[in-house]
Design a protein around this ligand. Structure first.
Ligand SMILES: [Zn+2]
Length: 140
């Protein structure tokens, strides 16, 4: 039995794969902003007696900020490794029909990203054969 991932975790996962550095950095920044806002609001509430802050909403804000900051900090190294690995292993396109290779001449493979799928559609410049490659591969 395989547990199906929930819709939101699939969306976050896809966002992370598309933007391996921007996603953790964005999470961490929003987390810092929430934590900062919490201390700002608490400070304002302690100096100005007129401001009343709900304990539940403020601690919820602090908790959410801490979680986002933590998730961002934990996933940032994974994002760095992901980017480094994609850079280090460029995929050399190779047509399965006629054997034409990318990088050999000026004629290039036409790569088309397929929305929502994990693959890119590639068209051979020599024989117009179409095949698919991993969408996230760093193409040569
Ligand atoms: Zn070909």
């Amino acid at each position: 039995m395989r547990r199906m991932p929930s819709g939101s975790s699939v969306a976050v996962n896809r966002m992370f794969r598309d933007h391996p550095l921007a996603t953790p950095l964005g999470l961490a920044l929003v987390g810092i902003a929430l934590v900062g806002l919490y201390f700002f609001v608490m400070d304002a509430a302690s100096t100005h007696a007129g401001i009343h802050v709900g304990v539940l909403s403020s601690s919820l804000m602090l908790g959410l900020g801490m979680v986002m900051l933590l998730v961002g900090a934990l996933t940032l190294p994974i994002g760095l490794v992901t980017v480094a690995r994609r850079r280090a292993n460029p995929v050399r396109l190779h047509c399965p029909a006629c054997g034409y290779q990318s990088g050999a001449s000026s004629s290039r493979f036409r790569v088309q990203r397929l929305g929502g799928l994990e693959y890119s559609s590639v068209t051979c410049p020599q024989c117009t054969w179409q095949f698919t490659v991993d969408k996230y591969a760093h193409l040569h």
